[in-house]
Design a protein around this ligand. Structure first.
Ligand SMILES: [Mg+2]
Length: 366
């Protein structure tokens, strides 16, 4: 398959709510979308990097430069027979997993469309719907948090994840657990604690959390293992797992008893599948994380989460929770905590060109 052209469309989308985490608040997303073309078909993907590098190091500006000047020129006019060849083509460029993931994921969509099969089938998926939960940002008050939880449990979501930070943790979780004794609860600290906080984090042990996500530094593995030895609550790693190698190392030293897989953070579907497989071999359950994706990234994540070791509810909740209007034509809506996998070839969703034109703020073609 020869890639004939690549188009990047940058859009700005307002979020339906203010999303606050330990590193700040977000009210909109700047989203680069990629369209790869071959034989009358189009493959789609989405970039999840942010304007300011507060999650991992990548930025939108850096990714656009890399895509326009290096990654896409290396791809266009190449003859590629498998997604693994795209990985090989991108391998000389260090880091920048999210930019590389855009290229690799759009190729998977295109390739699945050329074969006429859903992406989930090519990846080895075994589910037609995936269990999902919600992630609730830091609210102004505990009462507002309780109200949000109640609304989402009523909607059937299967797990509630609360963003925490020092000063917004034990009191919050104590009251939430009292109000919802049976709910599957987890917390995500987004790297806002240090190993010296181990004793205060251990106070969370009595609230039966499913796991505590990424308490320590975004690039640390070793200290998480030291922390795990002082906690009963399983540690889940997100930011720190950037490759199959880091997943293996975390598993070997008991730094992660759960792994949050984000396809884009890992550089694409190939590496995400390898992380899934390594975790499975260590009996570590995984779940599909989220980066406030539009319908394009969301559809990719749903397909990836059909693999057998995605046994915990993920972040891929209904698109309408995030967006009043989405960049795709099809609704991606969970029902009773289950998200159906879009059918049809590739990721199974189509771009809403009319809407895209109203939110487009830039782009280029290679
Ligand atoms: Mg996280």
């Amino acid at each position: 398959m020869i890639i004939e052209s690549a188009e990047v469309i940058v859009v700005e989308l307002p979020l339906r709510f203010r999303f606050e985490t330990s590193f700040g608040e977000q009210t909109k997303r700047i989203v680069p979308l990629l369209v790869l073309r071959s034989q009358g078909l189009e493959g789609y993907s989405e970039g999840v990097m942010t304007p300011i590098p507060r999650y991992r190091e990548e930025t939108v500006a850096g990714a656009l430069d890399l895509l326009q000047n290096y990654l896409l020129p290396a791809l266009v006019e190449s003859n590629l027979d498998a997604p693994s060849q795209v990985e090989k083509l991108l391998a000389p460029y260090r880091g920048n997993n999210m930019a590389k993931a855009m290229v690799e994921m759009a190729f998977w969509d295109l390739w699945a469309k050329a074969l006429g099969v859903p992406l989930s089938r090519l990846l080895g998926g075994v589910r037609h719907e995936i269990p999902v939960g919600v992630s609730i940002g830091v609210q102004k008050t505990i009462d507002e948090t309780l109200e949000q939880i109640s609304k989402n449990l009523d909607a059937g979501y299967r797990r509630i994840k609360l963003k925490i930070k020092p000063g917004w943790d034990v009191q919050l979780i104590k009251q939430v657990r009292e109000a919802f004794p049976d709910a599957h609860l987890t917390v995500d600290a987004n790297s806002s604690y240090r190993l010296a906080d181990a004793r205060s984090l251990a106070l969370l042990d009595e609230y039966a959390l499913d796991y505590i996500e990424q308490p320590l530094r975004f690039d640390d593995i070793l200290d998480h293992a030291k922390l795990q030895s002082q906690l009963e609550t399983p540690i889940c790693l997100d930011e720190s797992i950037t490759s199959a190698k880091s997943a293996r190392q975390a598993a070997q030293i008991d730094a992660a008893r759960v792994i949050n897989v984000k396809v884009a953070r890992l550089g694409g579907h190939g590496e995400a599948k390898r992380v899934h497989d390594i975790a499975w071999s260590f009996d570590i359950p995984v779940w599909m994380g989220g980066m406030l994706e539009t319908g394009i990234g969301r559809a990719h994540n749903i397909h990836a989460a059909t693999l057998p070791n995605y046994v915990l509810p993920g972040d891929t909740s209904s698109a309408s929770r995030y967006w009043s209007s989405d960049v795709i034509n099809e609704p991606l809506e969970a029902e009773n905590g289950l998200m159906p996998v879009p059918q049809g070839p590739g990721i199974g969703v189509t771009l809403n060109r009319h809407f895209l034109n109203t939110v487009r703020i830039g782009g280029f073609t290679v």
